[in-house]
Design a protein around this ligand. Structure first.
Ligand SMILES: [Zn+2]
Ligand SMILES: [Zn+2]
Length: 367
C-alpha cells in the first residue's frame, strides 16, 4: 500500500511538472539561425522574453519565422514581451509579420525613423510595422533606457547613432586599444542599431546589432563605458565593418557567439581580431562560412549549421566575398533543418553553451 502511494505521488509530481510553464534558474539565450540575419531570443527565469530581430525578408521570411517560433516553443513562451528591431535592414526585420501572426508581441522597440530610404524598408514600416505596434506598446529607445524584465537588468547602450555618455556601474577605465583605432562605416542604418547590455547576477553579455566601428569607438573611447562581458553576442554576422579591437578586445569576452551565414561574415579580419582577443576561451559560430575557409574557422563542434549540399571538403583558403548586388552568384543554400546555439547563464556568472546540431556543450565556470 505504502509503495503504491509513493508511486502515485511520484506520478502526480511528474504530471504537475509537465503542466507548469518552463521556469529555470537560468537566463536562457537562443541564438537562432536565420542565414546571416539576426534573431536572438532571451528568456528570463520568470519566463519573460526579449526577442532581438526577426530574420530575413521576402522568400526567407516564412522559413526564418518558423525557426524563431521553434525556439519560442522550446522555451514554453506564449508571448514575446519585448521585441527590439535593431535597425531597418531586411535581414533584421524580415520575418516580423510572419512571427507576429503566430505569437502575440507586447512591446515594439526600435531606434526611430529609417535613415536609409529604400522601397522595402519604407513599405514595411508603413504597411506592416505601424499597424502592428498600434495594437501594442511602441518604444523609441534612447541610450540609458532600461527594458523592464524581472531579475535581469537590460540597458540600452546605443540607439539612433547615439551612445551612453556615462559608464555602466564598475566601468569607465581608459581603453588602451583606442590609440590604434582605424574607423569604418558602411551604410546609413547599421550605425543606428539599438545595442543592449544585459546583467544577470554576476553574468554579463552584450548585443550591439550591426553597430559599426565608428560607433564602437564612440562607445568605447577614450574610456571604456561598458567594462567587460562574459559573452559577446552577434558580432554583426562577423563582418569587418564592425568588430574593432577597441570593442572586442576591451570587452574581454570569455566567449563570442557569431550570427554569420554560409557566405556572410566570419571574415578573416574579424576572425583574427576575435581569435587574438585577450581572455577569449571560445568562439562559437551559428554557421559554417566559406568566407572563413579552414584557415580561419573554428572546429566544427563549435558550429551549429552547415549547408544542404555538403561539399566533400572545405578549402583551406577563405574565398573573397563577391561584390554585393544582383550580379553576385548565390550563396550556398541552407533551407533544411536549422539549429540554434543555446546559452544558459547562471546568477553566479557561470554559463553553458550548447550546439543543438551535435549536442556538444561546454560549461564555463564562474571566475
Ligand atoms: Zn543556416
Ligand atoms: Zn545585419
Amino acid at each position: 500500500m505504502r509503495r503504491l502511494a509513493v508511486l502515485s505521488l511520484l506520478a502526480f509530481a511528474t504530471t504537475l511538472s509537465h503542466a507548469q510553464p518552463r521556469t529555470t534558474a537560468a537566463l536562457n539565450v537562443y541564438v537562432i539561425d536565420v542565414e546571416g540575419g539576426n534573431a536572438t531570443l532571451f528568456v528570463s527565469p520568470s519566463g519573460e522574453s526579449l526577442l532581438i530581430d526577426t530574420g530575413n525578408a521576402g522568400a526567407a521570411a516564412v522559413r526564418d519565422a518558423g525557426r524563431i517560433l521553434d525556439a519560442a516553443k522550446d522555451a514554453g513562451l506564449r508571448q514575446i514581451d519585448h521585441l527590439i528591431i535593431t535597425h531597418w535592414h531586411g535581414d533584421h526585420f524580415g520575418g516580423l509579420a510572419e512571427v507576429a501572426a503566430k505569437i502575440p508581441i507586447r512591446e515594439f522597440i526600435d531606434h526611430g525613423p529609417n535613415v536609409q530610404p529604400g522601397e522595402a524598408a519604407d513599405t514595411f514600416l508603413q504597411k506592416v510595422y505601424a499597424p502592428l505596434y498600434a495594437q501594442a506598446k511602441h518604444t523609441v529607445a534612447k541610450p540609458g533606457d532600461k527594458i523592464a524584465m524581472a531579475g535581469v537588468e537590460i540597458r540600452v547602450v546605443a540607439s539612433a547613432g547615439q551612445t551612453i555618455k556615462a559608464p555602466l556601474p564598475g566601468a569607465g577605465k581608459p581603453n588602451p586599444f583606442c590609440a590604434n583605432f582605424k574607423g569604418s562605416d558602411n551604410n546609413a542604418e547599421d550605425p543606428q542599431s539599438v545595442g543592449i547590455h544585459v546583467t544577470f547576477g554576476k553574468f554579463r553579455t552584450i548585443h550591439l546589432g550591426d553597430l559599426t566601428k565608428n560607433k564602437e569607438f564612440e562607445l568605447m573611447c577614450p574610456t571604456n563605458r561598458i567594462g567587460t562581458v562574459d559573452v559577446l553576442l552577434g558580432l554583426h554576422h562577423g563582418q569587418a565593418s564592425s568588430n574593432s579591437e577597441v570593442m572586442v578586445h576591451a570587452l574581454h569576452p570569455r566567449v563570442a557567439i557569431m550570427n554569420d551565414g554560409t557566405r556572410k561574415g566570419g571574415e578573416p579580419e574579424v576572425m583574427r581580431t576575435v581569435h587574438s582577443s585577450p581572455g577569449l576561451e571560445d568562439l562559437w559560430q551559428l554557421h559554417f562560412s566559406v568566407l572563413s575557409g579552414q584557415e580561419y574557422t573554428v572546429p566544427g563542434m563549435f558550429i551549429a549549421n552547415t549547408v544542404d549540399d555538403q561539399p566533400a571538403n572545405l578549402p583551406v583558403a577563405p574565398i573573397a566575398p563577391p561584390p554585393p548586388g544582383p550580379g553576385a552568384p548565390p550563396a550556398p543554400v541552407h533551407n533544411g533543418p536549422a539549429f540554434w546555439i543555446k546559452l544558459a547563464a547562471q546568477q553566479d556568472g557561470s554559463f553553458t553553451v550548447t550546439n543543438a546540431r551535435n549536442g556538444f556543450s561546454k560549461t564555463y565556470r564562474a571566475q
